[in-house]
Design a protein around this ligand. Structure first.
Ligand SMILES: Cc1ncc(COP(=O)(O)O)c(C=O)c1O
Length: 411
């Protein structure tokens, strides 16, 4: 199946609204849906930006097994999953999914013991787990116990941007492993241990991949972000290549993973990187609206009903307070998207049981009307809904369970 089969001309937000209103006329909100035409168009855009480097799909940003399966079957450019907890990873493995890399260290001893059994049966294809210290190796070996085949591990490298001699550190506080020397030291330690085997390297440049560089109304801030990101890309390119060279002297790696939706082209252009990680780009939540390098189509939405009119100019929707994780500030609130022109109330925001909506279209919205919201992040939306309706053009083509809908709640 090729990329070109699924791209369509984008309809405007107003046209999409008309289409969704026809599609959902007989349905009672709340519910969530994914517009497949928008999603596959976003997928094509990610593949274009990756320029031939495979994209490992970040499962936390999808959290729907049937959609993960469809993404991997959609195009050979999508290869394997970057997962987010070990129980999730083992669950996916048990259900037939392969090429799984757990992107975050685990302290789950029971799951590690299970991973040891899986690795005994499938020593070269079992899931890979992430480490960045001796303590992680101790945990893995203690939980697995002696006499097992070595568990496949990858080292996470810190790719934060340090200035003023390291006094200011920009980027997520993740791994302490940063230089060729510290990486090589951990590689050598892994070599001495019977319970683990190094197969990969991963580094996630959160301050580039997850930080938009074209913030509306903030020209100075955008310029500062762009300058920082350009400098950081240069620094990472040199350091990651040096780390990979140092590791390759000790052992051969199966993969070097990097990037995220916001950095695909920059990370893919690095010779040392063999694959990109990305997931949010499929759903295109609002966090990815403000990048100068790409424009995605909103693909995932949730729909809430208007239930009351506190005054003629205000329409109040049921619930809707699905805030995104991260720093607690307004950008983490969901965005009322359709009809266009709605806004949240600055006093109430988006609430547990009600969300008052202001702006010109609110006067027209009566109880029973539907309001379409976008989440700030991608996969977290799926923690609020048991299923996603899948829409293609003028049809609802399917309804698929989210992780939650399959009775799973990993994080
Ligand atoms: C290790 C890692 N890689 C990649 C990503 C990028 O995922 P996305 O494309 O969904 O932003 C993330 C997101 O947090 C991550 O933690």
């Amino acid at each position: 199946m090729g990329v070109s089969t699924t791209t369509t001309t984008a309809d405007t937000a107003a046209e999409a609204h008309g289409r969704y209103e026809r599609l959902f006329a007989d349905m009672d909100a709340p519910f969530a849906f994914v517009d497949l035409n928008a999603m596959w168009s976003n997928a094509a855009d990610m593949l274009r930006r990756a320029r031939g480097k495979p994209i490992r799909v970040a499962s936390k940003s999808v959290r729907c097994r049937p959609l993960l399966e469809r993404m991997l079957a959609h195009d050979p450019g999508f290869q394997g999953l970057l997962t987010y907890t070990l129980p999730e990873t083992l669950w996916l493995y048990e259900r037939g999914m392969r090429d799984l890399v757990l992107a975050y260290p685990t302290a789950d001893r029971a799951a590690l013991a299970e991973l040891a059994d899986v690795t005994d049966d499938d020593p070269d294809g079992a899931p890979v787990t992430m480490v960045d210290s001796s303590e992680h190796l101790d945990l893995i070996e203690a939980a697995a116990g002696p006499g097992h085949k070595p568990i496949r591990v990858a080292i996470e490298l810190d790719v934060g941007y340090w200035i003023l001699g390291g006094r200011v550190k920009i980027g997520a506080k993740r791994s302490p492993v940063r230089t060729p020397a510290t990486t090589a030291a951990l590689v050598r330690e892994i070599e001495t241990r019977a319970g683990v085997r190094l197969v990969g390297l991963m580094a996630y440049e959160a301050h580039i991949a997850g930080l938009g560089d074209r913030v509306p109304g903030k020209r100075l801030r955008s310029a500062v972000i762009q300058r920082m990101q350009r400098a950081s890309v240069r620094e990472i390119r040199a350091r990651r290549a040096a780390v990979v060279a140092a590791v390759s002297e000790v052992t051969a790696l199966e993969f070097v993973n990097g990037g995220g939706t916001g950095s695909i082209e920059a990370t893919a252009s690095e010779h040392a990187v063999t694959e990109i990680a990305a997931g949010s780009g499929f759903y295109a939540p609002t966090l990815f609206d403000n990048y100068s390098a790409f424009r995605l189509r909103p693909a995932a939405m949730f729909v809430m009903p208007v239930v009351r009119k506190p005054s003629p100019a205000i329409a109040t929707a049921l619930g809707g307070g699905y805030l995104a994780s991260g720093i607690g500030e307004p950008s983490r609130l969901p965005t009322p998207y359709l009809p266009q022109g709605l806004r949240l109330d600055s006093i109430e925001g988006a609430g547990e049981v009600q969300t008052p909506l202001l702006g010109p279209p609110a006067a027209e919205l009566q109880p029973g009307a539907r309001v379409y919201f976008r989440h700030t992040k991608a996969g977290e939306l799926c923690e609020r809904f048991a299923s996603l309706y899948l829409v293609s053009g003028e049809e609802i083509v399917d309804e698929v369970p989210t992780y939650r809908g399959e009775g799973r709640c990993f994080l």
